[in-house]
Design a protein around this ligand. Structure first.
Ligand code: DC
Length: 219
């Protein structure tokens, strides 16, 4: 793949803060953010449970019936904005399950690369630096312990007036880590040439300044 437009990849496990960071970094760099987790979540929600029992051909047909695009930086599915309904932890687990199916990954990889050919992108997900954009200009991999990630998520939910038990959330995060890291197709792992940042003891500003410093020093 010979990339004409710059792509920056940001990979890492569930709840590590990719979305917040990607939003801020993309804004600073004046490029579009592509939230590939939202693509898997949308497919999970629209296809529903049980897709793993469909034939490969039928699943490919259904996935291709859902077309993604970026319009003014907003992710659309079949022309409609992808909304908050995809953000629940239940949809996250369903997304992690369908993300183990190679046909689903193939269809989404093609859509993600097509967007990378149209716009300079900050692409966030699990396999952006390893599989989808192996020639990306900069690659980052964020990590933090499951406990730290669960605690951050609890704080975020509490700010929205929702409450979830810490043990339940930590278990959900571990379950998703297990699915994401141990699947055969495009498992979550850092690309060989990614900058790995352990965010456990850093706040968003701290991580952002590490990423920006790396970009400025190596640009
Ligand atoms: O980033 P997220 O939590 O919104 O992602 C939801 C799930 O989608 C995640 O657990 C695994 C899957 N996913 C993936 O397999 N590859 C990506 N590039 C992005 C997400």
């Amino acid at each position: 793949m010979n990339r004409a437009l710059p792509v920056i990849t940001l990979d890492g496990p569930a709840g590590v803060g990719k979305t917040t960071l990607a939003t801020r970094l993309a804004k600073k760099l004046h490029i579009s953010r592509l939230d590939t987790g939202a693509m898997f979540r949308t497919l999970a929600l629209k296809l529903g449970p049980g897709v793993e029992y469909l034939t490969e051909e039928e699943l490919r047909r259904r996935c291709r019936g859902l077309t993604f695009s970026l319009e003014n930086g907003e992710l659309l599915c079949n022309g409609q904005p992808v909304g908050e309904e995809v953000r629940s932890e239940e949809v996250g687990i369903l997304a992690a399950r369908i993300a183990t199916i190679p046909v689903v990954r193939d269809v989404l990889k093609a859509a993600q690369r097509a967007m990378g050919e149209r716009f300079p992108l900050l692409a966030e997900g699990r396999d952006m630096g390893t599989v989808v954009f192996p020639d990306a200009r900069f690659k980052f991999f964020l990590d933090a312990t499951p406990e730290v990630r669960a605690k951050r998520r609890i704080d975020e939910l509490e700010r929205k007036g929702e409450s979830v038990d810490l043990a339940t959330l930590t278990n959900q995060i571990r379950r998703r880590d297990d699915l994401d890291r141990n699947r055969a197709a495009a498992p979550l792992r850092p690309a060989d040439n990614a900058l790995i940042v352990d965010t456990s003891c850093l706040d968003i500003d701290g991580v952002l300044s590490i990423l920006l410093q790396h970009i400025n020093e190596t640009a």
